[in-house]
Design a protein around this ligand. Structure first.
Ligand code: RFL
Ligand code: PHB
Length: 391
């Protein structure tokens, strides 16, 4: 087998890149370790930045998102139960976010793949990358015990945090920067109407809580939890009680309880690998960086990375110029680090840290109170939340 770009991983980064390249007539094959049902069932991101919405429009994969996505021109913060509104649209010259689940984005990307000639190899086991520092990389894998290989011009490592691509960069070249947070998020998905029309990020003395949604009839809620906690420790009633306590009485009165059909615990981490290119290998999305979910940036960064990468590859294949390819890592990292900063900051002001003393707690309260009172502070939050420009 032969192709221009071998893409490792059929998550948002890999599939968006495959569609972008196919639109420009550049051939690509996506190699995915799991099957489609598994990838589609993973409950993850919920909020799309303008950049991601624009990308789906450019690809002509926006019909269902326009129909079913919920446009949010504002969001809310809560401090010990007291709510205040951040008018994202007014503060950013009319920008907004769209609530449309990652699962729905993936379904749209997979559904459109066959008609657009986007080739996906499912259940590709033991993917390995070879010859990345030469001109003719090769990707090998096994399919039902049979050895396979793909010759290509470039490899796009879109295989997430636990993939093989980042590890193919020599340790002497790769630099990794990391913060691990001493807590996780316990997430609940239930078919009950959301408590509010918009999201609510709540800082409470007992810990962080988030009220989010997938549709007018499906709610997504999170509470901060300890890393040692297990799902068995959280029967539905305990979750709803804790959530309501942290959201405060005003919002709790509007919470509809119901059976959760998905529950998960995700640890929080900030991570960046530099550079995002080595030889003929490019990293994009979670393969290169992780943000804590507080800023809702993970999937959106995957979308901005592959937008930059597709631009560089198109330039190379259409005009033979390598400038875009050589500049990809620096260009992507400049945007990534700003999202890292925002996600770290938003996590720091909304969560309870185990080592927190009275002084740190009061600084946190003062910072949130400052945001409530200062339009300048609200604007800074809003412009980061809706997504910084693609420079
Ligand atoms: P993915 O989605 O992890 O996809 C990588 C794919 O590569 C495959 N793979 C391999 N394939 C072949 N060979 C190998 N050796 C392979 N190893 C792995 C995997 O099976 C998988 O299919 O990475 P990608 O494409 O970079 O996309 C990143 C996003 O999925 C992620 O950043 C977001 O989900 C993060 N995130 C959020 N992002 C947002 O933009 N907005 C949000 O509101 C938001 N909320 C969240 C989140 C992530 C969460 N969790 C569960 C970590 C909320 C949560 C709770
Ligand atoms: C979600 O709905 O899953 C979600 C929303 C906002 C976040 C993180 C997750 O910041």
């Amino acid at each position: 087998m032969k192709t221009d770009i071998a893409i490792i991983g059929a998550g948002p980064a890999g599939m968006l890149l495959a569609h972008l390249l196919s639109q420009e007539g550049i051939s690509a094959v996506v190699l995915e370790r799991r099957d489609r049902a598994y990838v589609e069932a993973r409950v993850r991101a919920g909020v799309l930045e303008q950049v991601t919405v624009d990308l789906l429009r450019r690809l002509g994969l926006n019909a269902r998102m326009e129909r079913e996505g919920l446009v949010h021109g504002g969001t809310n913060l809560a401090l010990d139960g007291e709510l205040f509104h951040i008018d994202l649209a007014a503060l950013t010259g009319g920008r907004h976010v769209v609530v449309y689940g990652q699962q729905e984005v993936m379904k749209d990307l997979f559904d459109a793949a066959p008609a657009r000639g986007v080739e996906i190899v499912w259940n590709a086991e033991d993917v390995a990358l070879h010859g990345l520092d030469g001109d003719e990389p090769i990707v090998t894998w096994t399919a039902q015990g049979e050895a396979k290989q793909l010759a290509c011009r470039f490899v796009a490592g879109c295989d997430g945090f636990h993939g093989v691509s980042r590890a193919a960069i020599p340790a002497t070249v790769l630099r990794q920067f990391e913060r691990v947070y001493p807590f996780g998020w316990l997430g609940f998905l239930a078919d009950v109407p959301p408590a509010d029309e918009e999201l609510v990020y709540a800082n409470h003395e007992r810990g962080f809580a988030l009220a989010s949604m997938r549709s007018p009839t499906r709610s997504r809620y999170y509470v901060q939890c300890g890393l040692e906690e297990k799902l068995e420790d959280w029967p539905d009633e305990r979750f709803w009680d804790e959530l309501c306590l942290r959201l405060g009485p005003q919002l709790a009165a509007k919470v509809t309880r119901g059976a959760a059909f998905e529950k998960s615990i995700a640890p929080l981490r900030s991570f960046v690998a530099e550079p995002m290119r080595w030889g003929r290998l490019f990293l994009a999305g979670d393969a290169a960086h992780i943000v804590p979910p507080t800023g809702a940036k993970g999937m959106n960064l995957a979308a901005s990375d592959v937008t930059f990468l597709a631009e560089a590859l198109v330039e190379f294949f259409k005009s033979g110029k390598a400038g875009g390819i050589e500049g990809y890592s620096a260009r992507a990292l400049a945007r990534v680090w700003k999202a890292e900063r925002f996600s770290w900051w938003f996590t720091s002001v909304t969560h309870r840290f185990p080592e927190m003393d009275g002084f740190s707690r009061r600084l946190q309260m003062a910072e949130l109170d400052y945001i409530r009172q200062s339009e300048a502070a609200q604007r800074s939050l809003a412009e980061n939340y809706v997504g910084l420009p693609m420079l």
